[in-house]
Structures are given as C-alpha cells and as structure tokens.
Write a protein that binds this ligand. Structure first.
Ligand SMILES: *Cc1c(COP(=O)(O)O)cnc(C)c1O
Length: 395
C-alpha cells in the first residue's frame, strides 16, 4: 500500500482540493510547480544550508535515561524543541519561503493558533525581506502575548480575528479570504499538513527531514536504522507526518499518534478529531471533522493551543482508516503531569503539545528491549503561564 499522496491529491479517500473557484488558479499554479521546484539542486542546497546554519539541524536524538528507567523501556527523544524559534514549525516555513520566492511572490500570509507557526513565518519573512501578515484569533492573541510581541518585533503585521470562537479555525478562514483577494502576489504559508492539495504534501516533505535524521542517528546509536515505535502528537499532523514519513512502508515500525482529548473524549470540551470526528470537508480537504448532526463544525478545546483544531491532516485520516497507525487521546491533566515528569526526570521543559505525546507512557506498556523514538515537537517557554498555575500541585 502507498500511504503517500496520489496524483489526484488523495490519501485513500481523504484529501483533495475543495476550494472556491477564485482560488483555483493559485492552487493549480502551486500544484503544477512545487515538485519541480523543490527537487532542483539549487533549492535543495539552499534548504540544506539554512537547516544546518540557521535552524541548527540536525536536531539531536537524545537517549532519555531516567525516563527510560522509569518506564522500563528504551526511549529516545527527537529534539525539535532545540530548533531556532523553539519548535518543528521552522522546517516548513523555511521550505515554503524558498518556494514562494521561486514562484515570484512578494507577500506572505499565514494563520496561527498558539503563535508558533506565526512566529516561524515572521522569522523567515525577516530573513528574506518579505512582507508578512499573520491572522490570529482575538482569544489566542490574548493568551499568547509573548509570541505576538515577537512577531511584531520581527516586522510582521498581526491581524486580530474576532469571528467565531476567535481561535485557529477562524484565523484560517480569514487567511483564505485574504488569499482570494490577493492571488497574484501572495503566497499562503500553511503551518500543518492540512488545507487543499498540495499543501499536506508540501508540509510533509519539508518536515520529513525529522525521520531522515532519525534513520541515520539510530543507525549510529542502536546499530539499526529503525525503531520499534515512533510516537508524536497530532494537531493538524505535521510533526507526526515528518516523524513517520521515511518509515511509512516499513511495517517493523509501529506508528502512534496522540491527539488532545481536552477534558475527555466523552465531554464536549475536546479536540480528539480521530476519535470523535466524522468524514467531512474542512479548509479545502476531505478528512475527519468534529461536527454536529447538521454538519456544522464544532468548537474544539484543548489546554494546548497547538492541538486545538477541529480537523486532522488527510494523511492521518488515511493512516488511521487503514490501521497503519494507532491514535490515542490524552487529556489536559495527563499531558500536564507528563510535562512535569519530563522536566523533573530529564531537565527538559516540553511544549504542552509535545507533553501529550509524552503521556503515552501512562497509557501503554512497552517491552524492555523496545526502542522508542518520541518527537519532542517544541519547548515549553510559551506555556509557562499554564505550568506555573500548577506548580504547587507538583511540588
Ligand atoms: C503547532 C504545534 C504542534 C501541532 O502541529 P502539528 O502540525 O500537528 O505538528 C505540536 N507541537 C508544537 C510544539 C507546535 O508548535
């Protein structure tokens, strides 16, 4: 079976490009050109230099000794938290800014929830001298002030969105509206493996550097280039897609994605799209969507703004449906405990999103000889307010 996108832009029955007429030429232009551009030697060389000297890659593969001891198995952390700007998002924005410039674009737009993708986009726009507009929900602006201030310092314009729940879904709608009005000079940098084809494939390819590095790093450390398990959190699904990419057809490797259950999958305060979503269309893609009986998209909830999305990348909808990957749901409180546990055992403060992946050890038992690689998608600096409210509970 091929788990990658087919020529028509589908992963099994998921994906595609369900877009308004006015966006057609933009998306078509991208579709006709992205593979050619990103496979050019000049593109690859420039991407490689920036990954190494600007982002700081390869990110280390760290053997977490005390965490491994506690859970009686062998746990490696893929340290995307050590990247410039603090998460995996920068891998994709560097790739897309190079793509945008080669397509002759001069203006960049983006949506952001927690602000990590907005920050990564504002960063590469400063690097390349491009005009940058970031759409962000009013609610998220209020709870992610540090990232908003960083984006402004980098020269981006942050546009506040006050429709709907005033969060990521609404910011995405607004960015799409902007793109409709400015098709010729503007490139829309989508931050996850979502949106119309070819975006999920573009983002997956730029993030696939994660599994490319895991292969050679594991070969060095374990004498074999594959683990028994790969584990990553799933919001839209980009850090997980990048972690899985080079192992999709290697069935020796079990794949585990972790989504956010919020207060629980049996409550209405949740973002567990794989567990609760039904097939539908969101932001140009056919996938699982959290919706009510009338097909209206429902408001997701998670303590972690980066996982607070009512859809899921089509690649994951297909990996779930074909049972190639397993998806678990982790609650706010399980994730918060896991964040404190990693901090106290390894001296690493993880992002709230990544903490969901770390909570896998509370749900699933592994064998002593198993080799696990868990992608630590980001660092916890942006989440300190949330952590500090709980500090007495964990002392
Ligand atoms: C944005 C973000 C996520 C979720 O996005 P994916 O596309 O699912 O990877 C996870 N972790 C961190 C640190 C993020 O910033």
């Amino acid at each position: 079976m091929d788990y990658n996108v087919n020529k028509e832009g589908f992963y099994g029955e998921f994906g595609g490009a369900y877009i308004p007429e006015i966006l057609y030429s933009n998306v078509e232009n991208l579709r006709n050109n992205y593979l050619r551009i990103i496979s050019e030697d000049g593109f690859k060389a420039e991407f490689e230099v920036l990954m190494r000297d600007y982002v700081g890659r390869p990110s280390p593969l760290y053997f977490a000794g005390r965490l491994s001891q506690k859970y009686g198995t062998r746990i490696y952390l893929k340290r995307e938290d050590l990247n410039h700007t603090g998460a995996h998002k920068i891998n994709n924005t560097v790739g897309q800014i190079l793509l945008a410039q080669r397509m002759g674009k001069t203006r960049i737009i983006a949506e952001t929830g927690a602000g990590q993708h907005g920050l990564a986009t504002a960063t590469v726009c400063a690097l390349r001298g491009m005009k940058c507009i970031v759409y962000m929900g009013e609610t998220d602006i209020a709870r992610q002030q540090l990232n908003v201030q960083k984006m402004k310092m980098l020269g981006a314009e942050v546009r506040s969105v006050s429709s709907g729940n005033k969060t990521l879904k609404d910011a995405t709608n607004e960015a799409i509206r902007d793109w409709c009005c400015n098709p010729s000079d503007t490139h829309y940098i989508i931050g996850s493996t979502v949106g119309p084809h070819p975006y999920p494939d573009i983002v997956t390819r730029f993030q696939s550097i994660i599994s490319e590095e895991i292969k050679s790093q594991l070969a060095d450390k374990e004498g074999r280039d594959y683990p028994d398990y790969l584990i990553a959190c799933v919001g839209g699904g980009s850090n997980a897609a990048g972690t899985f990419y080079h192992y999709l057809n290697d069935t020796r490797v079990k794949l585990i994605g972790i989504e956010a259950a919020g207060l629980g999958v049996d409550t209405d305060k949740t973002a567990a799209t794989i567990h609760l979503g039904k097939k539908g269309i969101i932001h140009g893609s056919r996938t699982f969507v959290m919706q009510d009986e009338d097909g209206q998209i429902t408001e997701p909830y998670s303590v972690s703004a980066g996982l607070d999305y009512p859809g899921i990348g089509p690649v994951h909808a297909n990996l779930f449906t074909t049972q190639r990957a397993e998806y678990l749901a982790v609650t706010d409180s399980e994730a918060l405990s896991a964040a404190f546990e990693l901090t106290r055992l390894e001296g690493i403060i993880p992002a709230l999103e990544s903490s969901h992946a770390l909570a896998v050890f509370g749900q699933k038992k592994f064998e002593p000889e198993d080799v696990l690689v868990l992608t630590l998608s980001g660092r916890g600096d942006k989440d300190m307010d949330t952590f500090l409210k709980l500090i007495t509970k964990f002392n």
